[in-house]
Design a binder for this molecule. Structure first.
Ligand SMILES: Cc1cc2nc3c(=O)[nH]c(=O)nc-3n(C[C@H](O)[C@H](O)[C@H](O)COP(=O)(O)O)c2cc1C
Length: 416
């Protein structure tokens, strides 16, 4: 055990096992949250089916106190990937009800998102953004079309879409929604001074750049019942020179204030890949929960409960995240690897989970290979299988084949 870890008496219950009452009145049975992972498992029309029910039932039985879905698209003309789940006014709610019912013990929330300019050309999506600044994803940049700056009516329409999706999520039986304003998607694009070059009320100073996010939160609040949960996922920093930074995050959290149940802190984007390729090669707290040092600076002043996500693979690190003042611990990769890991963590076992890693030199390729390997595991789990452990490069090949089939189906559906 390294000296930077707080020690806990063996006979005291782990801090992650304590319940948490959120401002909306929802009580979570413990502090472990299955963080959002895009499943790419939508059936026809962007609807969920049995595979997602199986996947989330598995996580629910694995002990987490809360589950967040992978990002669900609010606009079917703008999808991040071809098999993304879409929930809009034209969706059939019955399969969403079945999906929501997969949770028996955990609180099940839907993450809702608009990808903005981060849409792949081959999806035929409209690349809307605050300004015409294209995505700079190195050798992958050409995959993304040049974005179209949003008009005032595009902005109004988008706010309304978030509200409609949240309202439908509530009707389907989800306990809350998490609004995705991290990782370089539309709401993060507005927050970033590098992407948002507008000179109207949605651009310029931070207050203006945060307007879209705050309007979305207010519109959602206005549309759902008071006990329905609302959270925001926000970057603690974009990790780009001149981009959204810690100080900005501090202000945005303050403005979100009591209109949200919690803020989940993450970091990076498709341009900076801050969540990718963090081999836990040094077992020190900061290398493992890699946003802890940065995001930890937001804890003292925040009146909003905070959740930290990124690199958490074992109980001792999760405990330390709570010890540093975070209310919730977000876990993604480790739950794809071992969906019942939390049962051990809650029982006081360290239960370290091994994450996939790759020796590929190019960071973007390495990130894509690891992402593919995790996606493949989600797909195996969704079919009731225990999950293959393919080398990330092999997983990338399998995933490319899967994606090309999904693209074909997506195009057929769009043209029908
Ligand atoms: C396959 C995969 C899909 C992801 N999809 C989403 C998503 O839909 N929404 C989101 O906010 N984050 C998404 N993430 C990021 C995770 O929620 C999390 O922030 C990140 O993986 C770091 O946490 P971890 O180290 O526990 O995996 C995804 C991560 C992976 C690996």
């Amino acid at each position: 055990m390294t000296s930077e870890f707080h020690t806990h008496e063996r006979d005291t219950a782990p801090a992650v096992a304590s319940p948490l009452r959120l401002p909306s009145g929802i009580t979570l049975p413990n502090r472990l949250v299955k963080a959002a992972m895009e499943e790419q498992l939508a059936g026809r029309g962007g609807h969920p089916d049995d595979r997602l029910v199986t996947l989330y039932r598995t996580w629910d039985r694995g002990g987490v106190g809360m589950m967040l879905t992978g990002h669900v698209m609010v606009d079917r003309s703008a999808v991040a990937q071809p098999a993304n789940i879409i929930l809009d006014a034209t969706s059939d709610l019955a399969p969403f009800r079945e999906w929501a019912a997969a949770a028996e013990t955990s609180s099940f929330w839907m993450q809702i998102n608009h990808p903005g300019r981060v849409v792949r050309r081959d999806t035929g999506s409209r690349a809307l953004a605050p300004s015409t600044v294209p995505v700079d994803a190195g050798r992958f940049s050409t995959l993304f079309p040049t974005p179209v700056p949003m008009t005032a009516s595009d902005i109004e329409d988008t706010v309304e879409r978030f509200a409609v999706t949240a309202e439908l999520a509530e009707q389907a039986g989800f306990a809350g929604v998490e609004i995705h304003a991290a990782h370089g998607y539309l709401l993060a694009q507005f927050l970033s001074p590098l992407v948002n070059k507008r000179t109207d009320q949605w651009g310029g100073g931070l207050r203006n750049r945060a307007r879209l996010l705050l309007d979305v939160v207010a519109a959602v609040r206005g549309r759902v019942r008071p006990g329905f949960g609302i959270a925001v996922k926000l970057n603690s920093a974009d990790f780009q020179r001149g981009g959204f930074d810690l100080d900005d995050a501090h202000h945005v959290i303050e403005w979100l204030g009591d209109s949200v149940d919690f803020v989940e802190l993450s970091g990076g984007s498709v341009e900076s890949l801050a969540t990718a390729g963090h081999p836990a090669d040094g077992r020190t707290l900061e290398r493992e929960a890699y946003f802890l040092k940065l995001a930890g600076q937001l804890v003292a002043d925040s009146s909003v409960p905070l959740m930290l996500t990124g690199g958490i693979r074992r109980a001792q690190v999760a405990e330390e995240v709570i010890a540093r003042g975070f209310s919730l611990v977000g876990v993604a990769t480790a739950l794809a690897q071992q969906p019942d890991g939390p049962l051990g963590w809650l029982a006081g076992e360290d239960g370290e989970v091994t994450a996939p890693c790759s020796a590929l030199r190019t960071k973007s390729l390495r990130a894509a290979a690891i992402q593919a390997s995790i996606t493949l595991r989600l797909h195996d789990l969704s079919r009731g299988r225990s999950g293959r452990t393919l080398a990330p490069v092999a997983a990338l090949v399998v995933d490319q084949y899967r994606r090309s089939r999904a693209i074909r189906r997506h195009r057929q559906e769009r043209s029908a």
